[in-house]
Structure formats: structure tokens, C-alpha cells
Design a protein around this ligand. Sequence first.
Ligand SMILES: [Zn+2]
Length: 217
Amino acid sequence: MKCPRCQASVTPVQTTCPACGFSATLLHNYLGNQWVRLERITDAAHCLRLEDARRAEVILDDFERSFPQAFFAVYLGALPGNLNVAELGFWLLNQGAFNTHSVSRRNDFGMVLVVDPSAKTACITTGYAIESCFRPKIMSRLMQAVGGHLKKGAFGMAIEEACLRAGAVLRKHARCMPWQLEATTMADAVPDMGLQPLRGGHRPATRPLADSPASRT
Ligand SMILES: [Zn+2]
């Protein structure tokens, strides 16, 4: 897993980034540690026209149909100065209960595109189970393509491009996965950001810089 603040590699058992000292506790202090219920598209900054939002929903539906375990979500909003897009993406994949078509979709198979139109920054955060599909080079190419649309204010196009490209990456990766024939076993509220707290119901699915690693095995 990458540290959302400095991008250093952090193992699931490390509670604090060895490079910059970032810890999920810092985000919890600010954003809370309750689950929040979210639509797949949260447009807190009102960037999307109705037709953009509808079109994006169709793209996200297609994504979920193609990848029955995975989902793609989007957050567009102006973030406070002490929070960056990567940190919010990280927090959303840990604390967000996304309103996907199937409740069985777990956040470790999720992707979140966070865009701050005021700061002109964007980031895609991937869940633990799929992050290995998105190597830095692939992610940087993806973000370049997305950034091209964002610079023009084409937020709908940015979502579409991000989702379609992410789908292509996952599809390519799925084809490379060998059959495991000889398997060894049988195997808190954020009032100004459009995030409402949700108590219980969901379990953490990513393996972030956890507060207590023992509870997240
Ligand atoms: Zn760090």
C-alpha cells in the first residue's frame, strides 16, 4: 500500500508511514472513523451537468457489470487546506459504504477518483486487492489522460476516461491470471463535504495504515 501523503511503500502491518510519519489516525482525527454512506458519484462541487452525471452512471454500471467484484466511485469537491486528494481517497476506501448495485462489492476491489476542482488536483486510489494491477507507470498514464479533460473542465469526460481505462487495465490483468489448479487450500461526520456518517454494517476491506493492525487481519 502507498502512503497517501508521500507515496512511500507501507506494509499492511505498519501503522505509521516510516518516511513521513503519516498515520490513518491523523485522518480519523479530522474526518472521523465512522462509516459514511456515499453514492457512487458525489458531486459536492457541482461540477457535473445532469447529462454528464447520467452518462457517468451508465459508464460505472458497465464497469460493475464487467467486474462483478469491483466498483468505481467518484468524489468531486473542494477539500480543506490540510487534506489532499490522495488522503481523502484513502479515507473513502476505508470508511465509505458506496451505494453500488450489489452489496457484496468490497472496498478492497474499489477505485475512487477524487477531484478537487479548486486546487486543480486529482487522484485515483485503488483498493488493496487491485492495487498491484496499477503500477506507477500505468497510473501516471491514466492520470495524464484524466488531467487532460480536467484542465478543460470536462469533468464528465474525465470520469469516463478514468473508468474505461481502469477497466482496460483490469481486463488485461484478468487475462494474465493463471488458473490455480493446484490450490493449496480449498480454499464521524464531515458536515461541509457532503459525507454523512453511517454506523456499523460495513467492515474495512482495505489494509491501510490501520490504527490497530491486530484487528485487521
Ligand atoms: Zn508517507
